[in-house]
Design a protein around this ligand. Sequence first.
Ligand SMILES: Nc1ncnc2c1ncn2[C@@H]1O[C@H](COP(=O)(O)OP(=O)(O)OP(=O)(O)O)[C@@H](O)[C@H]1O
Ligand SMILES: [Mg+2]
Length: 340
Amino acid sequence: MEANARDNTLLDVRALAVEFAAPRRGLRASIGRAPRAGVRVVDGVSLHIARGETLGLVGESGSGKSMTALALAGLVPKPGRIAGGTVRFEGRELTSLREAEWRRIRGARIGFVFQEPSSALNPVFTIGSQVAEALEVHGRASGSAARARAVELLDAVRIPRPAARADDYPHQWSGGMKQRALLAAAIACDPALLIADEPTTALDVRIQAEILDLLAELRDRLGLSLLVVTHDFGVVERLADRVAVMYAGRAVESGPAREVLAAPSHPYTRGLLASRPGATPGRRLAAIPGSVPDPAALPRGCAFAPRCPERIEACDERRPGATAIAPGREVRCLLREGTA
Ligand SMILES: Nc1ncnc2c1ncn2[C@@H]1O[C@H](COP(=O)(O)OP(=O)(O)OP(=O)(O)O)[C@@H](O)[C@H]1O
Ligand SMILES: [Mg+2]
């Protein structure tokens, strides 16, 4: 069974860390010889995605979801950097790649749909030419062949009359249609993994459902693996096989989506689920009091302790390690240690 599980592995991330250079405290600090300690915005994150599988990465704003996703595509913005861990994708270690090598993987083997859809399309080029460009930069097609393939891709993401609409400019398209176009560009080179960062957040509810259905359809039809970044457990419920819940740069709970949704173990996951609209019918939304801590000033113990309804004294002293509580399920909480 172990061997089978490994054969199926597409992406295996171990102890990933992303760091930003700490803010300078005056000139002295910047010219001092000692290297400035970085601020870890992703710390010790391990993820696993099998072929054809969908992983939901969920957590509040600022928990490090986007930085994790960007790190997997070699896109951590400067002065940030991958400060530790390994990212194995299709059997290859990615963290040590040079930019030229990243460019061969990104957009080709790993497709990416970014969190800011409005800025992802260039207003002065037609939609069709921008989808075609995704093929051209990877040498998959050029000229009229690229254009014809772009029309097929727009058809694949369910744009009506794609041959005519390919000549439109982005401002002529609705937000939902633009998101479809970005998906078309992301799948143009037939990637094995598609990373979608908040693919529906900017859209209204009806369109959100359509885009989620489209993602599921593309995944099934093309045999894609999906990493879906979201703050919405509804998206996880609809799409994900497995889920990883992030808090303050760490994966605090992970496991099969159905199990985590039905019986969340970490107090943070429980709080998030309780604050879903409709979680407790007729009751007011039970938002978790407090807010995500600044990664530059994390508490010494568990980062969630200051907000945790189940906090015990030890939580302020010691960071919890990962505890396996069931096959494929891990939790970082002192209260769950020793329960396996
Ligand atoms: N360019 C940057 N320099 C320094 N810190 C940054 C930078 N970009 C992001 N961060 C910090 O990294 C942490 C994680 O940010 P990230 O964007 O990954 O969060 P997120 O979970 O995607 O949140 P959201 O739901 O708002 O998109 C945050 O504390 C953020 O302030
Ligand atoms: Mg984000």
